[in-house]
Design a protein around this ligand. Structure first.
Ligand code: SAH
Ligand code: F3S
Length: 479
């Protein structure tokens, strides 16, 4: 017995990736995607609790779906992701109409659990970490499929062994478990074979990677990370891969060996996203980030110097408990000093189970908002200046698909800037096109193909094969 499913994704790339695996597992058991919530027999809400008022939001989403249950009493409503893992059984008591609560490590069991529900089993929570035998569901890209993304995501590890005091992830995703390097390489080879050109390696501290098929390293010293070796293995064994990115590294593991990998491997994109969180040593200490500002700067400088043109972006939290004006100024100063070309900024919000709950959330909301606005002002000026500097340069853009404007496509440079260009009636999706940047917008660039690129394309027209865009989101059915 199967039916039609809908998976609705909240939160980060990791969640989007988990949603894709859920859909694959369901399709493997004969399920098909529903076009609308009304025709679904299973609706999965894949939740995020990193920054959102997660449970409140879940409650309201489930509330919106409840009428569907009245019309179709057989409908199974499931909650997956971080909120599911965090609250488990308790969610079934607190949120009415829920049938199933399933943790990120239990995705493979989803079809069987749903079948039980359809057969009338009582509501069930299944949220066990697979500590002894970690499972990594392999993506199954189909060759030549229209759903093969130009840019694919590949998991290298799950969980996190850091204990940043503000962060719920170690509690919702468990301890670090790594995927064998051969599996990672094979999955990348399958994506490339199916038509993907770029891969982003995913992990909570992606650069702390260790190959579980090798003997354990002698110490937990960050220098023992086998991440640079993984990057080399990918470059060597998947020569058809156009670009390799990774997210997010932790500064503690950004070793000299990682910088050497950037210097040596052409396939590594010239952009690194390295979360800093704060520019004040006092706050970094309270955040338990385990580096000082000077160490952070040293590490990103070493990476940026490894190859000409490497750009940096970051994550910043404002209004962490005890953050004074001077601490915040130190953060702004760090943003200027490093010259980030873009950043994600967040207001601190207390998360259940985290060590920072012991600290008083003492920065008033209005001050947090003001600091965030100032942070964005500084960041946007830097983004703008960076994009302006690129006008007049030649870049290689990996085209990811059609843009919103008809006749235009968009893609990314090696450094990660978004570029729009007129494609006429050429299907450029998946092509690397040489372009001249003619204009800078607020967050992106406009370019024209160089004459050389036009000639090359005219000589070798590309077969038309529409494909999924880079960040394929699950259907938005609720908002
Ligand atoms: N290592 C992860 C980080 C997960 S959380 C990764 O790969 O991206 C993503 C970002 O959310 C963090 O870098 C941090 O800047 C922000 N964040 C996490 N917990 C937060 C909290 N309690 N309040 C505000 N921002 C938070
Ligand atoms: Fe969170 Fe810090 Fe790990 S931000 S995911 S605890 S590295």
């Amino acid at each position: 017995m199967s039916g039609r499913y809908l998976v609705h994704t909240f939160g980060c790339q990791m969640n989007a990736h988990d949603s894709d695996r859920m859909e694959e597992v369901l399709r493997g058991h004969g399920w098909r995607a529903a076009e609308t919530p009304a025709e679904a027999d299973l609706i999965v809400l894949n939740t995020c609790s990193v920054r959102e008022k997660a449970e409140q939001k879940l409650r309201s989403e489930v509330g919106k779906l409840a009428p569907l249950k009245r019309e179709n009493p057989g409908l199974v409503l499931a909650v997956a992701g971080c909120v599911a893992q965090q609250e488990g059984e308790k969610l079934l008591e607190r949120v009415r109409h829920l049938d199933l609560v399933i943790g990120p490590d239990n995705i493979a069991d989803l079809p069987a659990l749903v079948l039980d529900q359809m057969a009338g089993a009582p509501p069930r929570a299944h949220t066990v970490f697979d500590l002894d035998a970690p499972r990594f569901l392999a993506a199954a890209p189909a060759r030549g499929s229209t759903s093969t993304p130009v840019s694919a995501f590949v998991t290298t590890m799950k969980g996190c062994d850091e204990r940043c005091s503000f962060c719920i992830v170690p509690y919702t995703r468990g301890p670090e478990r790594y995927r064998p390097a051969t599996e990672i390489v094979d999955e990348i080879a399958r994506w490339v074979e199916a038509g993907s050109r770029e891969v982003t390696l995913l992990g909570q501290t992606v650069d702390s990677y260790r190959d579980p098929s090798l003997p354990p390293p002698a110490s937990s010293d960050p220098d023992e990370s086998q991440f640079p070796a993984l990057l080399r293995a990918i470059a060597e064994r998947v020569p058809g891969l156009g670009r390799l990115r990774y997210t997010s590294p932790h500064p503690r593991h950004a070793t000299a060996a990682l910088a050497e990998a950037h210097a040596e491997l052409d396939v590594l994109a010239r952009h690194v996203h390295m979360p800093a969180q704060s520019g004040s040593d006092r706050i970094l200490k309270r955040m338990i980030r385990r580096y000082t500002r000077v160490e952070y700067v040293e590490r990103v400088r070493r990476l940026a110097a490894a190859r000409p043109g490497i750009t940096l972006s970051t994550d910043i939290i404002v209004g962490f408990p005890g953050e004074t004006d001077a601490d915040f100024e130190a953060t702004l100063d760090l943003v200027r000093e490093v010259g980030f070309v873009s950043l994600f900024g967040f207001k601190y919000s207390p998360r259940p189970y985290t060590p920072a709950l012991k600290l008083e959330d003492d920065v008033p909301e209005a001050v947090k908002s003001e600091r965030l606005a100032r942070l964005f002002e500084v960041a946007e000026a830097q983004t703008r200046a960076h994009l302006d500097r690129l006008v007049g340069t030649t870049q290689r853009v990996l085209v990811e698909g059609a843009s919103k404007t008809a006749g235009r496509v968009s893609g990314r440079t090696e450094q990660n800037e978004i570029v729009h260009l007129d494609a006429g009636d050429l299907d450029l999706t998946g092509a690397v096109v040489e372009v001249a940047i003619v204009r800078a917008y607020k967050h992106s660039l406009f370019a024209e193909m160089t004459p050389a690129a036009r000639d090359a394309l005219a000589a070798a027209p590309r077969p038309s094969a529409p494909r999924a865009p880079r960040r394929r989101r699950a259907l938005t059915l609720l908002s």
